[in-house]
Ligand binder design. Sequence first.
Ligand SMILES: Cc1ncc(COP(=O)(O)O)c(C=O)c1O
Length: 405
Amino acid sequence: MPRAIAFAPPPIDQDVVDAVTRVLHSGWITTGPEVAAFERELEEFTGGAAAVCGNSWTAMAELALRWYGVGPGDEVIVPAYTYCATANIVVHLGATPVMVDSAGAGFNTDWPTIQRAITPRTKVIIPVDFAGHPVDRRALAEGLNAPETRSLFCPATPAQEALGRPLWLADAAHALGAEQEGRRVGSWADVAGFSFHAVKNLTTAEGGALLLNLPGMDNRAVAAELKTLGLHGQNRDAAAKFKSGAWRYDVITPGYKCNLSDIHAAMGRVQLGKYDKHLAMRAALADRYDQQLANLHGASLPERGEASNARSADHLYPLRIPAEMADRRDELIEHLRSKEIASNVHFQPLPLLSAYGQLGYKSEDYPRAMAAFSREISLPLHTQMSIEDVDRVAEEVYAFLQLKP
Ligand SMILES: Cc1ncc(COP(=O)(O)O)c(C=O)c1O
């Protein structure tokens, strides 16, 4: 039997272990110099103006909504085709997630779909770069800044006044390193959120970062504000307080607790140093899937950004099997498992989840998302795979579907 192919094992090598060990022995293990260095390196890597790290995409994106003053009566546009976190943060704030469908036959939503859902109550839009494939940012940037979008907007807080339109919070949880027109996605949106969760391309076990590019604002100052908000509202962090004699601090707002530790940041820094190489490996594997599966009659290969001069971070390889085979997807997953190949399904559109069904969202209102989901299977794609592994997975997909070209 050939070796087992896991779904998304973390890229933990000896360098990561050494970096963590160094921090463990350093005398300082929570937020401190490693986090600060990781933030500067993320800015450099993404081109974003200011980075702020935290313990997850979810906690940090929620902080961004709080900072923007989102609350009851406000609407936040989210795609139906996403992970629950994108909408959960909106519900936490008492605001209303306004769900939009996928665009075309693919997974992502797009600007025209979002635009149709914008009302005077819309405070934030959260497009999702599913699988690392970027939503067309040129169209989003132009649409959001158009006079007809601005004139609909009803600001209610100083930050909303300053921006003068809905906040663009990119759910780039999957998309670290993706780019459009040669610019990394962390430099496009007002706020781009990345996840460093255990299965992501770059992982700190749990973790996340916001990259800020708020036009006309002091992004470093906003990052500092978010950092304070994510650490109880304390005006000095633990590392500063720890310095001998510097015990005094104030709490300027009853804040939250979602800082990243230096141990986690050290894991991220090592991987970021190798990330361009990892992206190239992922792209080569995804290209190989594209080649090998091109003749799978009736299947749809993922749109990886080509149409908008973009490049994916290739977090997932979401194949859509032929529609007439959709009801055999679980059998395919089982067939692959029997060959020691792990696969997965991403995502159940939110209306299918009990929590959102109970809130009144109906799957029939999102026919494109439902159609894409019914045929989706995520094939393994990670830096511990070889081109031969991809060939083996593709061969098993053909064998099961009995569609050998
Ligand atoms: C699209 C998307 N958004 C947000 C998240 C949440 O990320 P985190 O686990 O870092 O909070 C995930 C995690 O899987 C995700 O897939």
